[in-house]
Design a protein around this ligand. Sequence first.
Ligand code: FAD
Length: 416
Amino acid sequence: MRDILIVGAGQAGLQLTHALLADGYTVTLLSARTPAELRGGNPLSTQMLFGPALEIERRLGLDARMDETPPAYGLRVTLSGPGQPTPQADLIGTLDVPARSCDQRVKMADWLELAEERGATVIHQAVTAADLDALTRSGRYDLTVVAAGRGDLTSLFEHDPDRSPYTAPQRVLAVSYVHGLRPSPAWADGHVVNHTVAGLGELFIMPTLTGTGPADILFFTAVPGGPLADWSPALSPTDHLDRTLALIRTHLPTEVADRCRDVTLVDDRSTLRGSVTPAVRRPVAALPGGGLALGLADVVITNDPLTGQGANSAAKAADHYHRAILAHGDRPFDRTWMTDTFETFWHGYGRAVTDWTNLMLGPPPAHVQQLLGAATAHPPTARRLAAGFADPTDFDAWFMTEPAATSYLAGLHQKA
Ligand SMILES: Cc1cc2nc3c(=O)[nH]c(=O)nc-3n(C[C@H](O)[C@H](O)[C@H](O)COP(=O)(O)OP(=O)(O)OC[C@H]3O[C@@H](n4cnc5c(N)ncnc54)[C@H](O)[C@@H]3O)c2cc1C
């Protein structure tokens, strides 16, 4: 059977590893971190996965923690001005299948151990460009896939300027995993909540499962230069939470501060700060020794986390690559196959996610404001908005452009 090398043990690399093992492939997985290092580190993400991505995990037998992971039954969006006590828009869309966030520290450590049990050769090594050159030159592997996330190895993949409108981060990210969040007085619990503060950014609140049980996440995605984006790099975990709560009291609707009155950090490794420059890169790295490597997920399509799509897209990209590898049989995995594999994913899925995420990074255009207004009054529109988080390819038809939105809204008025 064919021998596949995968670099990076995150959502995409591990999922592809398990999928190929199930089909009898020989897989070598290079992971920068051991399971103990993953479990003992800081959060990596907020990792909310929607129905289709969860279904891929279930099919691969990677859902051992699904039942203990608290469900998010829908998506709530509020829109307010800075410091405005009550939101001017407040809508909720129920999801067909609940979304779930299982702490990647826990999930990836479990999946890494399981990969070894299922027959993968796991090597704990932070791979350098020189290592990759030697590995691809060795002729030992039929295919090398780089699924190493947003780290240094991205530099091997050429930036695609036509698909990358940004050269700098569009949000400053600050995450706290907490206990003690009070229920919302307005809506039933168990939702992903997006509190948008016009011009300043967003606060997301969502349930999660951590290594010590269920918790909640407070996640700021702040517009750079604005008051929500002012985070000193030297903050201790306690200072980070204090700052989060102070920003909530000053800028968010009163309900949020009330809910957060008793929150405490899950532990002293429960915070994360950073930023991401959205970018699309070309899928094939040509190494100096003549070897080729195929980029997967964040390595080649990095989106800002504000639409919660990176891990969902990674799951779908890994699934797409898995099917392409199977379909290719015994033929060589050459540059043409690598490019086609990425391009079919880009045109069928990745492009829609990137365009939608980039739209949401800017000030909401008039047609988006009209659609959010419609969703506030019309539950089927709110449900369609929530469903778009599970499958963003639907947004082209009604959300992305002014003509599509006008036509959708006209259809609503005719039905009314
Ligand atoms: C704050 C934040 C919140 C987010 N929230 C969500 C969300 O709610 N929903 C969602 O879908 N997405 C979310 N995302 C995005 C999501 O976490 C990522 O897009 C997703 O994890 C990407 O998966 P991946 O497999 O490509 O990379 P990663 O998950 O980053 O995995 C890459 C792996 O490769 C390893 N690695 C890196 N370099 C090397 C090397 N040189 N050698 C060997 N191994 C290496 C890393 O240690 C890591 O284990 C969020 C991201 C952030 C930053």
